[in-house]
Design a protein around this ligand. Structure first.
Ligand code: CP3
Length: 354
């Protein structure tokens, strides 16, 4: 494997000195890019794109080529694990992900096993290996998974939801069953992330998109506890270098200290929190990644630049900041506006690292 030419992202996650603040964008390969839409059309649909390592590699590299971002993220989805568990993932246009066989009963939970990453999710590992090869050490590659709780919500609901009737229903009525489900998912997540590291992923991110929908007590018991297990179970050093782990709970501002105490290396922040305040709370325990409101990208390039300046200033001097949005980029964004964000971070951040 070739040496990394740009390791700003890994250094910032380790809170080591950097010349400028690294930047990448959640959902950086996606529908807002015309080249992505072109490749997706060639693949047929989103799932076929995920399952084709050559095309997944191609779309992973598109935002790197266009914007010279400081990290690449594997093009895949968090729902690959439940699909490999036999739930039958499919996407309907405009309605998001769905499962043919949701998990509702004790018998449904008992049927679930931990997928073998190379056997059952080989297309993901092949994509990781190919992307690493094609990156030629330009920037590090991020591997990822959903958090056990977030995956459980999709598996129990059978798709997306605003209310979480079935998932929270199971959590309150049959906490034992929900724990049994979370236990098998956590083991699957650990095996999946470790296989990604073995295949070449150089940092890991856990997406807890729905942890913020829980009460304080329920978050600790049903989400945080299992992310802690993931942090403890994953490979933390590979190819002679630390493999940093980033935990991201959307709406998780209340629990930053607790998340930092899991032993992870960094926290992803959504846009609701002041990043300077977050830094005061976590001290020098973890790095922070975030946290511009994705909707700022609907505004003018001048306004985007101002907002970047404000977030850099809120974080303040020193390393430990990876610039990102507070959640995924929206499909309707003008790619030139994303370029304005990246340019602003490149131009304005060196002043904070002198
Ligand atoms: O960040 C990246 O560029 C890496 C790729 C990535 C995707 N999904 C690609 C994708 C990642 C990290 C995800 C994670 C994911 N998938 C999450 C957690 C995200 C978070 O930020 O909290 C969730 C909840 C999912 C499940 C999922 N997949 C949803 C809700 C959707 C949207 C459906 C829709 O119609 O918009 C997807 C599809 C999806 N995953 C797309 C992409 C680029 C859009 C697919 C397309 O239409 O081309």
């Amino acid at each position: 494997m070739s040496e990394l030419k740009n390791d700003l992202f890994l250094r910032a996650l380790e809170r080591k000195p950097v010349e400028r603040t690294p930047v990448w964008i959640m959902r950086q390969a996606g529908r807002y890019l015309p080249e992505y839409r072109e490749t997706r059309a060639r693949a047929g649909n989103f799932l076929d794109l995920c399952q084709n390592p050559e095309l997944a590699c191609e779309v992973t590299l598109q935002p790197i080529d266009r914007y010279h971002l400081d990290a690449a993220i594997l093009f895949s989805d968090i729902l690959t694990i439940p699909d490999a568990m036999g739930l039958g993932l499919y996407f309907t246009e405009g309605e998001g992900p769905k499962f043919e066989n949701p998990v509702r009963t004790a018998a449904d939970v008992k049927r679930l096993g931990v997928p073998d990453p190379e056997q059952d999710l080989g297309y993901v590992m092949n994509a990781v290996r190919l992307i690493r090869q094609e990156l030629h050490g330009r920037v590090p590659l991020i591997g990822f998974s959903g958090s056990p709780w977030t995956l459980a919500t999709y598996m129990v609901e059978g798709g997306g939801t605003k209310v979480f009737a079935h998932a929270k229903g199971m959590m309150f009525d049959r906490p034992d069953l929900m724990h049994e489900l979370l236990d098998v998912i956590a083991r699957a997540v650990i095996a999946y992330l470790n296989a990604q590291v073995e295949a070449g992923a150089q940092a890991l991110m856990v997406f807890d998109t729905w942890g913020g929908m829980l009460s304080d007590r329920a978050y600790r018991e049903f989400s945080l506890q299992y992310m802690q297990r993931v942090v403890e179970g994953v490979i933390r050093e590979h190819e002679g270098r630390k493999v940093p782990v980033i935990l991201f709970t959307k709406g998780g501002g209340l629990w930053l200290r607790d998340m930092a105490a899991t032993g992870c290396d960094a926290l992803g922040l959504d846009w609701t929190m002041n990043i300077g305040e977050a830094r005061r709370q976590v001290g020098d325990k973890v790095a922070l990644q975030g946290n511009m409101d994705p909707c700022v990208l609907y505004a003018s390039p001048e306004r985007i630049r101002q907002e970047v300046a404000t977030i850099l200033e809120e974080y303040g001097h020193g390393s430990g900041h990876v610039f990102n949005l507070g959640h995924g980029i929206h499909p309707g964004i003008d790619p030139e506006h994303t370029a304005a964000l990246v340019q602003a971070v490149r131009e304005l951040s060196p002043a904070y690292h002198t």
